[in-house]
Design a binder for this molecule. Structure first.
Ligand SMILES: [Zn+2]
Length: 168
C-alpha cells in the first residue's frame, strides 16, 4: 500500500520533444527534455518484422516501423551495467512477438545531452550500422530457411524421378 501511494504521488516529469535531422540515411532523431534531463534519441526508420512473419505466418509480429516523425518512447534505463555517469536512457522500439516471444523492432540509441553536429552524426551512423547488421542477419536466416525448403523439394523430386525411371 505504501509503495503504491509513493508511486502515485511522484510527479510526472514534463517532456518536450523536438525532431532534429541526422543527415544519415534511414535514421531519425529527437532532442528530448524529460524534467531536468536532456536526451538525444536516434532510431532507425527501417521496418523490422519477425522472421516467421516474413515467411508468411500472419500470427507473428508484423513490421514494427517508426517513421521520421514518430518518436519512440524514451525512458530511464533501469538495469544493466553501463560505463560513464548516469542517468542512462533507452529508446523503446522493440515489441514482443506473441508467437515466438522474441523482441522485434528497429535499432535505436539514446545519449545524454542534446547532441548536434558530428556527435549526432556519429550516433546516427551507429544506429544505421546496427540496422544494416540486423537486416543482414535476417537475410541470412531467410536464406537458411529457404535453402532447407529447396533441399526438401529437391529430395522429393529425386525420389519421384527414381520411382518413375526404375519401375518401367
Ligand atoms: Zn515471432
Amino acid at each position: 500500500m505504501a509503495t503504491s501511494l509513493r508511486t502515485a504521488t511522484q510527479p510526472i516529469p514534463k517532456t518536450i520533444t523536438t525532431l532534429v535531422s541526422t543527415g544519415v540515411l534511414s535514421t531519425a532523431a529527437a532532442h528530448i527534455t524529460i524534467g531536468d534531463s536532456l536526451v538525444t534519441a536516434v532510431w532507425s526508420t527501417m521496418p523490422f518484422a519477425c522472421i516467421d512473419w516474413l515467411l508468411g505466418d500472419t500470427a507473428s509480429k508484423g513490421p514494427v516501423h517508426y517513421t521520421s516523425d514518430q518518436v519512440p518512447v524514451v525512458q530511464r534505463r533501469s538495469c544493466g551495467w553501463l560505463p560513464g555517469p548516469g542517468p542512462h536512457w533507452e529508446v523503446v522500439t522493440a515489441h514482443r512477438c506473441e508467437r515466438c516471444t522474441e523482441m522485434i523492432g528497429p535499432p535505436a540509441l539514446a545519449e545524454p545531452g542534446h547532441l548536434t553536429g558530428s556527435k549526432l552524426i556519429d550516433l546516427a551512423r551507429e544506429v544505421a550500422e546496427l540496422a544494416n547488421d540486423e537486416r543482414e542477419s535476417q537475410r541470412r536466416k531467410l536464406i537458411a530457411h529457404l535453402a532447407g525448403d529447396t533441399e526438401r523439394l529437391a529430395r522429393s523430386m529425386a525420389d519421384h524421378i527414381l520411382r518413375m525411371r526404375y519401375t518401367n
